[in-house]
Design a protein around this ligand. Structure first.
Ligand code: ABU
Length: 375
């Protein structure tokens, strides 16, 4: 790959979620499997929760439908002059066995956002939180080497891998009744314990110097501590954030979605913990609630484990241009009112793999540099 003449910026350069996009990785459903039942995940059928969830490879038909939509996103991005890269093929049907655990199959490379994050000129590979995703960095390694070899300014960090042994999890979490979840909603204890460093990259959101990290089922307090110790000496400020009404939080990008300096799209059913909104309000940021999604929770694809709020998982191409799912008209109208140019693509089949447009991508290079939006 020959890179454009980047004078001041490195081939890896992305400091926030909205600066003009130059290069991005779009996921692929090739060889995707069903996520297995494991201590960090209890997948359930949406229409018949009692029945066993399938295991092993997804059907060629399902994979083809998701790939068609992912290819549609690639075509749209390329039509905007953005360089698009794809993950390497990976055999997700292969079981994984380490000294600490075994799992029957892996998952997929549809959502690079969960695994990989660009922090300025640095690529960080997340620890991950689930066994089936332990090796999910592998489809991106060839690209990482390419970036790292192309430019000495590129930093590359792999976060410490947790054991993912039985003792790392709190499995009874899955059986807690709703009343117990209500009782515990301010203690932020989920299916992972606090002894090992655990985080998925998609629990972070980048706003220049300030990085939000959601405490969740996929990111624990030790994970946030590791991120603080790693990022703060590099000039970032790390802010743990919490959304107490989300009883199954996993990944911040269907909950709190910064769209441009001064504006965050928020989830009306998942308000920030009291007090955590202060940094935004003190700096005149607007928090604007997303409208109700067009698809209700009970209309999501049968195998999808995510919420209806995939509707707000939009991808910013610049501070004035966003890509939104084709049928999410109420959100498109809101974004247009907020002065965005809104591009649309169909993406409903990708939902089955746990993500929409933001999840299914990993931005590698955007224009711009690190700004302080919260002085
Ligand atoms: N992977 C994003 C899912 C988040 C949600 O279900 O709200």
């Amino acid at each position: 790959m020959r890179y454009p003449a980047v004078v001041n910026s490195s081939v890896v350069n992305s400091w926030n979620e909205w600066d003009p996009l130059q290069e991005i990785v779009v996921g692929s459903a090739d060889r995707a499997c069903f996520e297995p039942t494991e201590p960090g995940s209890r997948p359930a059928l949406r229409d018949t929760p009692g029945l066993p969830f399938p295991t092993g490879p997804k059907s060629e038909e399902d994979i083809g439908q998701a790939n068609e939509e992912l290819d549609g996103l690639v075509a749209l991005l390329e039509s905007q002059g953005i360089v698009v890269r794809r993950p390497q093929p990976h055999d997700f049907s292969a079981p994984v066995r380490t000294p600490d655990f075994e799992v029957g199959n892996q998952y997929c490379a549809v959502c690079p956002r969960d695994v990989m994050i660009t922090m300025g000129n640095e690529i960080i590979e997340a620890t991950m939180s689930r066994r089936a995703r332990y090796f999910e960095y592998q489809p991106y390694r060839k690209l990482v080497y390419e970036y790292w070899n192309a430019d000495p300014r590129v930093e590359w960090t792999t976060a410490p891998k947790p054991s993912m042994g039985d003792g790392m999890y709190r499995e009874e979490f899955w059986d807690w009744p709703l009343e117990k979840r209500h009782e515990r909603m301010h203690s932020f204890e989920f299916c992972v314990g606090q002894d090992e460093v655990i985080f998925d990259a998609a629990d972070m959101s980048r706003l220049g110097r300030d990085i939000l990290v959601q405490e969740s089922m996929t990111t624990n307090r030790a994970g946030i501590r590791w991120l603080k110790r790693h990022l703060e000496p590099r000039g970032f400020r790390v802010h743990p954030v919490h959304f107490p009404l989300d009883f199954f939080p996993s990944h911040i990008d269907c909950t709190f979605v910064p769209l441009r300096p001064g504006l965050v799209l928020t989830n009306p059913e998942r308000p920030l913990r009291e007090g955590e909104e202060k940094m935004f309000l003190a700096n005149d940021w607007e928090l604007v609630d997303a409208p109700q999604p067009v698809l209700g929770n009970d209309e999501m694809p049968r195998y999808c484990q995510s919420s209806k709020w995939l509707s707000m998982n939009v991808l910013s191409l610049s501070p004035t241009k966003v890509v939104c799912e084709e049928r999410e008209k109420p959100l498109q109208d809101l974004l247009a009112k907020l002065d965005f140019e809104v591009l649309t693509v169909p993406f409903r089949h990708v939902f089955e793999y746990g993500g929409s447009l933001h999840c299914a991508t990993w931005d590698v290079r955007r224009e711009g540099t690190r700004e302080d939006y919260f002085p």
